[in-house]
Design a protein. Structure first.
Length: 77
């Protein structure tokens, strides 16, 4: 039996805020080496470039001082 990873309340808050961006249907977020990585899946009705700009804006607002932000699309499974 494996132990689940500890909850990261900050990442949960980031994911919740990104889900609120219109057109986002899935979100993953990681913190690694002073970078915040956010991957999203978009609804078919959304404009990809506009969606990424909106997600970037939200993610930048949630980043800590000095933290870089990388935003992109998640690969299809």
């Amino acid at each position: 039996m494996s132990t689940p990873p500890p909850r990261d309340e900050r990442l949960e808050r980031i994911v919740e805020r990104i889900y609120a961006v219109p057109g986002v249907v899935d979100v993953r977020a990681w913190l690694w080496d002073e970078k915040l990585y956010v991957g999203v899946r978009a609804s078919q009705q959304s404009a990809p470039e506009t969606l990424l700009r909106q997600v970037q804006t939200v993610a930048q607002g949630l980043a800590e001082e000095g933290e870089q932000v990388e935003v992109g699309f998640l690969a299809n499974d």
